[in-house]
Write a protein that binds this ligand. Sequence first.
Ligand code: WQD
Length: 344
Amino acid sequence: MTILVTGGAGYIGSHTCVSLLESRYTVVAMDDLSNSSEESLRRVGKITGKSMEFFKASVQDEDALSGIFDSHKIDCVIHFAGFKAVGESTQKPLEYYENNLASTIALAKAMSEHGCKRLIFSSSATVYDGRNIVAPFAESARTGNCTNPYGWTKFMNEQILRDWAASDPEVSVVNLRYFNPIGAHPSGLIGEDPRGIPNNLMPYISQVAVGRRDHLSVYGDDYDTKDGTGVRDYIHVMDLAEGHVKAVEYAMEHTGEAVFNLGTGTGYSVLEIVKAFEKASGVKIPYVITDRRPGDLAELYSDPSKSAEQLHWTAKRGLEEMCRDTWNWQKNNPNGYEGQRKDD
Ligand code: WQD
């Protein structure tokens, strides 16, 4: 079976390509490389010993999409491609809505036209109405009331795909709501490589550890949580990747739209993450407590029981492994894939 992976050169996309190849799927990757490096795909080949086709193109490029579907029998698509920086989305909302929604619509249209009716979508826990519900979040919890355009694009894309599935009985859509992906493949060959100053906690910590950043700013310690700092459901990116393989199996056996959380069900605070990373890396992480980041929630973690029951998937890797694998990637690739960074 052949799987098209849009955004396949990205952090979660590249790790998912590893799991797909190791599960004996044929993989075709597509990425415009606007926020990723083709080097990641070369290293996927090194890890798996398998090859895959790669097309450097935007998902909005309808000719490129038709070309891929005309020349390959694609059985299922996993759609990662999209802009994903929460802060940037508040500064550039129109670009985020155009890119993230238009690419999903172009992809679903091309799939319909070519008789490819199974899609796994990279959604996010950010679609939950976190200001009005209490963790743990089950898939049935209230969604919407998103705090940023990035979150709204995930919310809207889920609805676009839900309506597409409702319009065609052959369509199978699986919306996967990620919590907080961190970590790296244990080989240390692929990992998270954000452009510029990292928005997210773990890549910022690992860049402090490797000497690229002076210290961590802890965004507030006055939340109503175990130690006052923000609590999140961190999940190893390889557990997330394996969840996608299960979602492909589910999509092959079901039609209609389904939604699943990909999380561990356990919440860790910022300070617990710092401590765990220091233990795994042996490196002290200096930090200062600063004001809260606007839009942040106190506590956000999943109820993963539906994924266990229906996807037959649960996260297996613990926090120590997440930190150890993050450090193994970062210390072996202090400047990410591009070697000498140009954009810091
Ligand atoms: C985690 C915790 C911060 C950075 C977002 C998106 C989500 C997904 C993951 C894309 C919070 C604190 C962070 C720092 C800090 N994005 N923090 N100092 O905000 O839970 O989720 O990223 O796929 O959709 O919403 O993740 O890693 O930014 O923050 O103290 O330098 O770490 O306040 O409590 P978040 P995060």
